[in-house]
Design a protein around this ligand. Structure first.
Ligand SMILES: Cc1cc2nc3c(=O)[nH]c(=O)nc-3n(C[C@H](O)[C@H](O)[C@H](O)COP(=O)(O)OP(=O)(O)OC[C@H]3O[C@@H](n4cnc5c(N)ncnc54)[C@H](O)[C@@H]3O)c2cc1C
Length: 527
């Protein structure tokens, strides 16, 4: 199980805990120089956001709602609530571009406060951006402000309570501002766990998980976040939605699904009731080697379709395996590193032993080679550290970014080949395109790509061009534009193609009903 720690405020120009910022070790510097050349691209220091556009009289009304100390307009707070943590977000922050900074940060302390802030925003025509952990990678926090008197960040950081635990039904009701580790720590007091561990776990929030339909690294065992949600409450500008009166029902379309993935465009999720599990007594992570990405993927499919899902199940392609392993020869020789699969089992000692043995029989039968626990434990130890490396590479002029998609098993090979080819063609010779299968279902899987390339003069445009051709390839292959990163602003053109005109009209109609003034996250999600 991941270490529990209280999340700190993230660095405004980097990922994560400022104290954990890392530099490239000398050995890696040599490799980076060889592959991309070394450039010196340090972040610009001392930038400040534009002055707040909201006048004092208007802010006084807001102070009357939540208390003066919970309406912040200082530069530091506004800077910390600017955009999310995609590579373009980081590149803009590193260049000192704070144009998207909110005019004020407001911190409500409960559902009623949120409703009152929304009423204030409607009355004064102020745009509202719900802010959970600020880890969006799709522009979900970069709302439009044209046509509005200003824009406030609705920071849910004070809403951090465990509201209820039902150990008979195995559910818990959580407030949205709880970060991953905080939610797990509260549940651990009851011997329970949510089991939701995205790579952004240490900084992302419960409300954000619900609003983006997040999926964690242990999704094979615990399920994706939207599958854990059995109920939720949301404040909208036209009233409150309280949903989820039974574990399942046939009471019309499931309106919970309308709020899950709504990215703050329909309402503010003020609590979620989630299915919880007993905290595992035993965890076990191990590595398996496959001669090819196809062979490993087929093995994953076999496990999923046989009902033999471990808790963690992921598979790196040949390139990612070779890059990720300090010593590729340890799994088959530098010439032929094969593909690394990481498998994790969690549960009681008996459950882990039984499941582990059953999975091993199937994998051996399919040609997999057991590598023991070392590669699995190495992955588990570093499972949240990768994003710090992105900053260290950006410091040296290497463009690093990720994208993800999903499809059915029968289309996996085509999707993989087409997206890889599109990224490689756009980023040019010398770029690296790595991939892993990150989430597995009976019927299909998600593919998660990481790219690295030498930064050109305009790295944001460089990435946007690559992302556009990859997104075109995804839609042309009939796959989804996002398996778990959500739509935000970045994915909207491809989202519209994915759901078609009727789908777009349905979303617009819901938006018009719940948020007729359009104050909630303008420009986010709805094409
Ligand atoms: C390094 C890194 C690794 C990541 N790894 C993963 C991963 O493994 N799996 C995964 O699924 N995602 C991952 N992400 C993406 C991101 O962490 C998820 O989308 C996460 O769910 C966002 O949560 P958050 O609390 O940070 O939300 P924010 O970034 O604060 O908000 C995201 C969107 O939801 C809206 N929102 C936030 N809270 C609420 C609320 N209470 N009500 C209504 N709307 C709200 C915001 O306005 C915004 O549009 C990663 C991101 C980074 C930077």
């Amino acid at each position: 199980m991941p270490t529990q720690s209280t999340p700190t405020e993230m660095h405004p120009q980097r990922w994560g805990d400022p104290a954990a910022a890392t530099v490239l070790p000398d050995s890696a510097l040599g490799l980076v120089e060889l592959a991309f050349g070394l450039q010196d691209r340090p972040p610009v220091a001392g930038a400040t956001p534009p002055p707040s556009a909201l006048d004092e009289a208007l802010l006084d009304d807001l102070r009357a709602v939540v208390g003066a100390e919970h309406v912040l307009t200082d530069d530091v707070t506004r800077t910390l609530r600017t955009r999310g943590k995609s590579t373009p977000d980081l590149l803009r922050a590193r260049a000192g571009d704070l144009d998207d900074a909110p005019d004020a940060v407001v911190r409500p302390d409960g559902h009623d406060d949120v409703e009152a802030v929304l009423a204030w925003a409607v009355e004064h025509r102020v745009a509202v951006v719900p802010f959970g952990g600020g880890t969006s990678v799709t522009g979900g926090l970069a709302a439009r402000r044209d046509g509005f008197a200003g824009l406030v960040s609705l920071d849910l950081v004070r809403m951090k309570r465990l509201l209820a635990v039902d150990e008979v039904s195995m559910t818990a009701t959580l407030e949205p501002g709880l970060r991953g580790p905080e939610a797990e720590a509260l549940l651990a007091e009851h011997g329970l766990t949510l089991g939701h561990y995205p790579q952004s776990f240490r900084h992302a929030s419960i409300g954000g998980f619900a609003a983006t339909r997040s999926s964690g690294q242990s999704s094979a065992g615990y399920g994706r976040f939207d599958a854990m949600v059995v109920g939720l409450t949301a404040a909208t500008p036209t009233g409150t939605l309280r949903l989820g009166s039974a574990p399942a029902n046939a009471a019309g379309p499931d309106l919970r699904q309308l709020l899950l993935g709504s990215e703050g465009a329909f309402g503010v999720i003020t609590s979620v009731t989630v299915r919880v599990r007993r905290a595992p007594a035993v965890t076990s992570y191990e590595g398996w080697r496959w001669p090819s990405f196809d062979a490993g993927s087929d093995a994953m499919r076999t496990l999923a379709q046989a009902g033999l899902m471990p808790t963690v199940l992921r598979l790196s392609d040949e390139s990612e395996t070779a890059i990720n392993l300090a010593d590729p020869s340890s799994i088959g020789g530098a010439e032929d590193p094969g593909c690394l699969m990481v498998i994790g089992h969690e549960g009681t000692g008996e459950q882990v032993a039984t499941r582990r043995a059953a999975v091993a029989v199937v994998l051996q039968g399919l040609g997999g080679t057991a590598l023991g626990t070392d590669p699995g434990e190495k992955w588990a130890d570093g499972r949240f550290d990768g994003p710090y490396l992105r900053d260290a590479l950006l410091d040296h002029g290497v463009l690093v970014e990720t994208l993800e998609t999903a499809t059915f098993w029968s289309n996996r090979q085509r999707l993989y080949a087409d997206v890889k080819a599109a990224l490689t063609a756009s980023l040019g010779e010398g770029s690296l395109v790595l991939c892993h299968v990150s989430h597995v279902y009976e019927t299909g899987c998600s593919l998660y790509f990481t790219v690295a390339a030498r930064q050109g003069d305009d790295p944001i445009a460089q990435w946007q061009a690559a992302k556009a051709v990859a997104s075109d390839a995804i839609i042309a292959a009939g796959a989804t534009i996002t398996h778990h990163h959500a739509i935000g602003t970045d994915h909207k053109p491809w989202f519209a193609r994915e759901i078609g005109d009727v789908g777009v009209r349905v979303l617009r109609a819901v938006k018009a009903e719940l948020d007729p003034a359009g104050i909630l996250n303008p420009g986010v999600l709805i094409p």
